[in-house]
Design a protein around this ligand. Structure first.
Ligand code: SF4
Length: 363
């Protein structure tokens, strides 16, 4: 895995994006922004799901009029999403949002983009410049013949040039495409040319099944290259469903682990336990657990020590008994019905050990 790409700090409310900070997970509300009650309810749902930034679309004045109320109610930074009408960006900045996402390609003219940048600078508001296949300027389309990765990158660099001319550096860029290869290529190219933090995602990924896989390949591929400072998984599903998928991508790539990782054997003819039932119980008991720990759950004791050796804790069932491993070494034998209790006790022990180690470092 490549080291994280060095990016500048961009302040978004209380949260800082950039390579010195964790890669953040965000999502977007899907309610009518003019409907204050429905939007506030969805904001609370997204916050509870773990969304660390929340974006809300601002298509009209009724919506813009609600942004101050949303900001006041939120515990995470608020991002206004603006298309076509630069005045909605100005109203959002005035309402105190922490960041505005604009697509300079559809905002009207360069002068309007500059006006938004100046207002953002004066208010201490960050900007995300969004570039996608549909927003590439005509001259770049003529030059490249299609919204190629080169065209997307040239378009992003052009907008970054405008930010620079305005003395505005609190900018994040996203280059998105529904095509994974185009998205990966363009982001890798842009990462070479600028130190601006990147928001990465595969746009319109689709339904949760295939959409999660497509997002994992696209976002995960970039994260493994060290690229990406904030991510959004775009699914055709309630937005809160995007959050666990995003955190799982961070976990699977190892770039940010905020909960236990469960490793489980696929089972085979040697299976000697109801592994699905066991996994369901473990998942249930671990719900909400934040300890970054690898747990291997194995269907038999034959290959247990070997297959559990990469994990912090392993349990293998068979013959009505369960064997508990620490780093592949058997440490206890318990009755099958006590396996999960034994696992949970081991997790508590690891927590205590890590707390002690941290205290020693701090002493
Ligand atoms: Fe098969 Fe046992 Fe390996 Fe699971 S742990 S795949 S049951 S040999």
């Amino acid at each position: 895995m490549t080291d994280r790409r060095q990016t500048r700090n961009v302040q978004i409310g209380d949260l800082t994006l950039g390579s010195e900070h964790p890669i953040r997970v965000q999502s977007m509300t899907t309610t009518d922004t003019a409907d204050r009650e429905a939007t506030l309810t969805q904001i609370r749902t997204l916050e509870a799901a773990g969304s660390e930034l929340i974006r809300i679309t601002v298509p009209n004045r009724e919506s813009a009029a609600n942004m101050a109320a949303y900001k006041a109610a939120m515990t995470v930074p608020l991002i206004a999403d603006v298309h076509f009408d630069y005045r909605m960006a100005l109203l959002s900045i005035e309402a105190g949002v922490d960041k505005v996402r604009i697509n300079p390609g559809n905002i009207g003219s360069e002068e309007r983009v500059r006006e938004v940048l100046r207002a953002a600078k004066a208010a201490g508001c960050a900007i995300r410049v969004g570039v996608n296949s549909g927003s590439v300027e005509k001259d770049l389309l003529e030059k490249y013949g299609w919204p190629s990765p080169e065209a997307l990158v040239d378009s992003a660099m052009r907008h970054l040039g405008t930010c620079e001319e305005e003395g505005f550096d609190q900018v994040v860029v996203s280059i998105k495409s529904t095509d994974v290869i185009t998205c990966l290529t363009a982001n890798r190219m842009l990462a070479e040319k600028s130190d601006v933090p990147l928001h990465v995602g595969i746009t319109e990924a689709g339904r949760p099944g295939y959409g999660s896989i497509k997002s994992a390949v696209g976002i995960g591929g970039l994260l493994l290259d060290g690229i990406g400072d904030t991510i959004r998984v775009s699914l055709t599903a309630p937005p809160e469903d995007e959050i666990p998928v995003a955190f799982d991508i961070l976990k699977a790539t190892g770039v940010r682990v905020t909960s236990p990782e469960l490793i489980a054997c696929p089972t085979c003819g040697r299976i000697d336990i109801d592994l699905e039932k066991l996994m369901n119980e473990i998942e249930h008991r671990l719900h909400g657990e934040k300890l970054p720990v690898k747990i291997a759950v194995l269907g038999c004791v034959v290959n247990g020590p070997g297959e559990a050796s990469e994990a912090d804790i392993g349990i293998a069932g068979g013959g009505g008994m369960g064997i508990l491993y620490r780093k592949g070494v058997a440490v206890a034998k318990v009755k099958e019905e006590k396996m999960v209790d034994a696992l949970m006790e081991e997790i508590e022990k690891i927590k205590a050990e890590r707390a002690e180690a941290a205290a020693e470092v701090g002493a």
